[in-house]
Design a protein around this ligand. Structure first.
Ligand code: SF4
Length: 290
């Protein structure tokens, strides 16, 4: 079996220091929507300068390099135990190179492990065996501030008047954006999952964030809801970093899971403007990144 520690280290460096093109493009479009001289426009311009500097200097886009979430899809025959060891080694090396801030803290003692390893879920790695020859690793770095404003709703929700349908989903997602205000480092991207149990629903809401901003939802009704939520969230006036303005979210990504007849969960994972996600493909001994 190949040792992929080096290519995975490069995946971590890219993810932490080089914002994906679709996200940067959305931020550039957002600048044009904001009034000249406004605090909102100033915040977005500062963000874009920071993005360019981070790329040029290979330094983290944000001081909080977040929770590393790996999604590994591997052909038959790969050892997940070995892949886990390689990913953990790459994460520790990335921390030593300062591509990642030491972020893994023992919840009981408060002690920081110093290398972004520790416990069962740091880093979090999801494995799935797939057909074909390519090994694909996607990495998302999920910041703490935006994770704190994620929310889960059990429908029906009488206070919000939200029933068990897409109209109800719309109400609770807009409530989550309103509650978050600027604290998730707006403009955000909304990962939304409808259905599942509490655990799978949150899991799916994060996985939904792997879909690129310019990649449409294959389900027409969900695509329409994504567009409507983005438009309506941007009418809330929260704006970049909470300064007010036209851009509170850049996009919404919605997925759905089967559920029990008794339950109807809607989970919202809020991703900040530092929407760090990258993909590595390993095939026939060659690596590529996107
Ligand atoms: S929420 Fe995102 S942009 Fe804000 S501090 Fe955390 S990682 Fe950085």
């Amino acid at each position: 079996m190949q040792d992929l520690t080096e290519p995975i280290l490069e995946l971590v460096r890219l993810t932490s220091t080089d914002l994906p093109a679709d996200v940067e493009q959305a931020l550039r479009q957002a600048v044009e929507r904001e009034a000249p001289g406004s605090a909102a426009r100033g915040a977005l311009e500062t963000i874009l300068k920071n993005v360019a500097l981070s790329r040029a200097n290979s330094t983290p886009i944000c001081q909080d390099t977040g929770t590393p979430l790996f999604y590994v899809r591997h052909p038959a025959g790969w050892s997940t135990r070995s892949l886990r060891a390689q990913i953990e080694s790459a994460v520790a090396q990335a921390t030593a190179h300062a591509y990642l801030r030491p972020n893994s803290v023992d919840s009981l003692s408060g002690k920081n492990s110093g290398n972004n390893l520790g416990g069962h879920y740091f880093p979090t790695i999801h494995f799935e065996e797939v057909e074909g020859e390519a090994l694909v690793i996607e990495l998302m770095l999920k910041g703490g501030g935006c994770e704190n404003v994620g929310a889960q709703y059990s429908l029906p929700h009488s206070q919000l008047g939200a029933g068990r349908d897409l109209a109800g989903v719309r109400k609770v997602v807009l409530d989550a954006v309103h509650q978050a205000q600027g604290q998730g480092c707006a403009p955000g991207i909304l990962g939304v999952a409808i259905g599942g149990d509490r655990g799978s629903s949150y899991y799916a809401s994060k996985e939904a964030l792997l879909r690129k901003l310019d990649e449409p939802n294959p389900d027409e009704s969900l695509a329409a809801l994504e567009a409507r939520l983005t438009q309506e969230a941007n009418q809330l006036g929260i704006g970049p970093m909470g300064f007010g303005g036209e851009t509170t979210v850049l996009d919404a990504k919605i997925t759905h899971l089967n559920r029990l007849p008794a339950s109807y969960f809607v989970s919202v994972s809020y991703m900040c403007w530092a929407y760090r996600r990258r993909k590595m493909v390993w095939k026939d001994g060659q690596v590529s990144y996107s």
